[in-house]
Ligand binder design. Structure first.
Ligand SMILES: [Zn+2]
Length: 534
């Protein structure tokens, strides 16, 4: 662990040499915990903590305690590790995480409540600083594992003693939520909402818990981070320039419907916020949301409660129509009543935005028909303007992406991809062991989308219910499906082919949608079989 060149570093210049002060548990090896036999000594001092690896963290690197600590370690037969400067908060957190001696337990329990609240806040602050979307607390008999989700990928942030995990979960539910009267019970699923101030910004968290074998899970989703949640452009989200052009053109239309589809967690809310960012300030916008996730200052955002009829998307949408709107955003169309509000808003001269769950842009029509809208209504020139389908895919971390030819896990699939892409020289794969991406190999996410401008011929296909003919027509006009877009991103070295395949299925030259080639696949299998036998 200890680097010989660093071992003789005098305490005074520790900070200068490192030039870095540790501030988060995620910067440490999650398995490396405070050394229990030194806990008392460290807690008395308050600014120093020794980890099991021998690493010494201190918020006061010039203190004599650092040298004393090294001597004590050597006397116990433990080799001192690196000395690292750390923030006071991190040292306090680590010290508090050491299991107290049994006889001290009683005394501490009475005073620990506010310190647990502090610790919860610190955890959330760390998550917000790291741009995390969800915090998972997994409490089991031997460990409480804290995992973060960022860009869709999970990684271990810290490992706590189970007792601390249980305390933090109770504090979160019992002390910090909107309805703090509810008592946290790990044996039943519970949910709550928590407002909090982090770094001077309002943060809202949605909490959910679930019992698990040997313990329970708590998941905290971090919703809008106050006014700081800046609106990103469509291009930054990953829309191609021509797709962004179509959407911007749609936003300028005087009336009609712009419909956005994609599975849960595909970034629809962010895209809607970007669209609203394009609206001129001389226009009045109502957004009906469940819940309000991103604060858009120029817009009236109305939170609905989908469990209650009188506060549903449909009833608030109808109410918004009486409020002199130019634009209406209906968060989601889940029922016939909401779809009717969408159609009524469009034909009465408003521009309406809404989302729906489908697996393609053209599939939006099928879904609307399923929910009770007539085809003749959908062909009406004043109703549909544009249809958007989007998904999110992991982008490679720029610091550790490697040429695909060097990636071991990808080797067995190389021939298939070579046949599909022809040239693999620009294609890259996820790397490993990189501190920038917490070893996930992922550096962000990008939208993979298809955007349809509903023109006259399209209306005819919609009226006839001919989706296949419609898609053929669109392709003849140069339109690209999201699958084609995903393949482009692989070719550009932006997306790992494995990640693209989680979205679009196996990439192969024989499985093109226009003709699935059974014979070619059979021959390929036989060839592979022969190779393994040789
Ligand atoms: Zn990386």
């Amino acid at each position: 662990m200890a680097n010989p060149a660093e071992k003789d570093t005098t305490d005074k210049n520790v900070t200068a040499i490192r030039g870095k002060v540790l501030s988060s548990q995620s910067e440490l090896d999650p398995k490396d915990r405070p050394l229990e036999e030194f806990a008392d000594w460290c807690q008395q001092r308050g600014h120093i903590v020794v980890l099991k690896s021998g690493m010494i963290l201190t918020s006061d690197p010039t203190s004599r305690d650092v040298q004393n600590c090294k001597t004590m370690l050597i006397n116990r037969g433990i080799r001192p590790g690196r000395v690292m400067a750390a923030t006071e908060e991190l040292v306090t957190l680590l010290l508090a995480n050491v299991a107290p001696d049994e006889d001290q337990k009683e005394a501490k329990e009475t005073t620990s409540i506010s310190s647990q609240q502090q610790r919860l806040r610190l955890l959330i602050q760390e998550a917000v600083n790291e741009n995390v979307s969800d915090i998972h607390i997994e409490v089991r008999p031997d460990v409480a594992r804290i995992r973060f989700r960022k860009f869709g990928e999970m990684y271990v942030h810290a490992e706590w003693f189970p007792r601390l995990g249980r305390e933090i979960a109770s504090v979160a539910f019992n002390k910090e939520t909107d309805h703090a009267t509810a008592h946290f019970n790990p044996l039943v699923p519970q949910d709550a909402s928590m407002p909090l101030e982090v770094n001077g910004n309002d943060v809202r968290l949605r909490l959910a818990s679930m019992p698990a074998h040997g313990g329970f899970d708590v998941v905290m989703r971090i919703l809008g981070v106050g006014d700081q949640a800046k609106i990103v452009t469509l291009e930054d989200l990953g829309y191609t320039p021509e797709q962004a052009y179509i959407i911007k053109r749609a936003v300028q239309m005087p009336h009609g419907a712009v419909l956005l589809s994609g599975p849960t967690g595909s970034g629809k809310t962010t895209t809607l916020a970007s669209c609203m960012g394009l609206v001129k300030s001389s226009r009045k916008v109502y957004t009906i949301e469940d819940p309000v996730e991103k604060v858009v200052p120029t817009v009236t955002q109305v939170p609905v409660n989908s469990d209650k009829d009188d506060r549903s998307f449909a009833s608030f949408g109808r109410a918004a129509l009486r409020m002199d709107p130019d634009y209406i955003v209906l968060g989601e169309m889940r029922d016939e009543a909401t779809v009717n509000v969408m159609v009524r808003a469009a034909i009465t001269g408003h521009l309406v935005f809404s989302t729906v769950h489908t697996n393609s842009a053209t599939g939006i029509i099928t879904r609307l028909v399923d929910m009770g809208v007539s085809r003749s209504m959908l062909c009406d020139g004043s109703v549909l303007v544009a249809l958007i389908f989007q998904r999110l895919v992991a982008k490679l971390c720029e610091h550790c992406a490697q040429p695909i030819t060097e990636a071991l896990q990808h080797k067995p699939h190389m021939e298939r991809w070579e046949a599909a892409f022809g040239d693999l020289s620009t294609i890259r794969a996820r790397g490993q062991s990189c501190k920038h991406c917490h070893n996930t190999g992922v550096g962000g996410r990008t939208v993979v989308a298809e955007v349809v401008w509903v023109d006259e011929p399209s209306r005819e296909f919609i009226g006839n219910g001919d989706v296949i003919g419609w898609e053929k027509y669109l392709k003849s006009q140069g339109w690209k499906t999201y699958k084609e877009r995903a393949l482009e991103l692989v070719m550009e070295g932006v997306v790992d082919p494995f990640d693209a395949e989680t979205l679009i299925g196996e990439i192969s030259q024989h499985t093109d949608e226009s003709g699935f080639d059974y014979n070619a696949i059979r021959q390929e299998m036989e060839a592979a079989d022969k190779r393994t036998k040789q």
